[in-house]
Design a protein around this ligand. Structure first.
Ligand SMILES: *[C@@H]1O[C@H](CO)[C@@H](O)[C@H](O)[C@H]1NC(C)=O
Ligand SMILES: *[C@@H]1O[C@H](CO)[C@@H](O)[C@H](O)[C@H]1NC(C)=O
Ligand SMILES: *[C@@H]1O[C@H](CO)[C@@H](O)[C@H](O)[C@H]1NC(C)=O
Length: 190
């Protein structure tokens, strides 16, 4: 029985590795070279860390159903966890859940900034968005674990903005009344 359970688990893992239909595009908004460090939730496949050059972008494929988080480290800086991007792809009701969280490190004000579905790249008003381009006083994100700040989308391609100082980006002006969920949705604990 255990043998078959292992086979089944291996098959699920193999399937999740080949069907990497999810993506996160990291937009690096200043001259700082950065490394994105991914942390998979327990039982999830690892996603390799990637480097994104200053004022550049990189699109990272994420396995089907993946849950975990990421933060960015400035080139040359100590590898400390920072502001987190958290995601549960292809979750409950086939929605993808995401948020920006300051719970682990609320002093990282120039790493992960915002996350939103890729279709909203050029829209000035983003309906489904977490985080802020100006982190000072940002309330569109997790500050306390019992906040209700998890955003959902039917899309499986996300954008995560990084850096850029505390200037408001010209493309991100506000968040329109999104439907928000509790944190258990992004943590996969239903
Ligand atoms: C970023 O990395 C490139 C390539 O290694 C290097 O030429 C450049 O000077 C770096 N930029 C900064 C701001 O450190
Ligand atoms: C939080 O992030 C900032 C910026 O990356 C870093 O300087 C600081 O050491 C981090 N704090 C902790 C407790 O890891
Ligand atoms: C955003 O605008 C750029 C430049 O005009 C365009 O190439 C891209 O397809 C647009 N993306 C979306 C999702 O609308």
């Amino acid at each position: 029985m255990q043998f078959f359970a292992n086979i089944a688990a291996a098959a699920v893992l193999a399937a999740s590795l080949v069907s990497a239909t999810n993506t996160v595009t990291f937009l690096n908004q200043d001259e700082t070279n950065r490394t994105i460090v991914f942390t998979a939730s327990y039982g999830q496949p690892a996603v390799e860390n990637v480097k994104v050059a200053g004022n550049d972008q990189i699109k990272v494929e994420i396995p089907n159903g993946w849950q975990g988080n990421w933060y960015s480290i400035d080139a040359g800086a100590p590898a400390t966890p920072g502001m987190l991007g958290e995601v549960a792809f292809n979750g409950w009701n086939d929605l993808t859940y995401f948020d920006v969280s300051a719970i682990v490190n609320n002093t990282d004000l120039n790493g992960v900034k915002t996350i939103y579905p890729a279709s909203q790249l050029n829209t000035t008003s983003k309906v489904a968005m977490s985080g802020c381009e100006n982190m000072a006083g940002c309330t569109n994100m997790y500050i306390l674990s019992d906040d209700i700040q998890t955003v959902s989308t039917k899309e499986t391609d996300l954008v995560c903005t990084l850096g850029g100082g505390n200037k408001l980006s010209t493309t991100v002006t506000q968040r329109d009344e999104p439907v928000l969920f509790a944190r258990k949705f992004v943590l996969g604990k239903l």
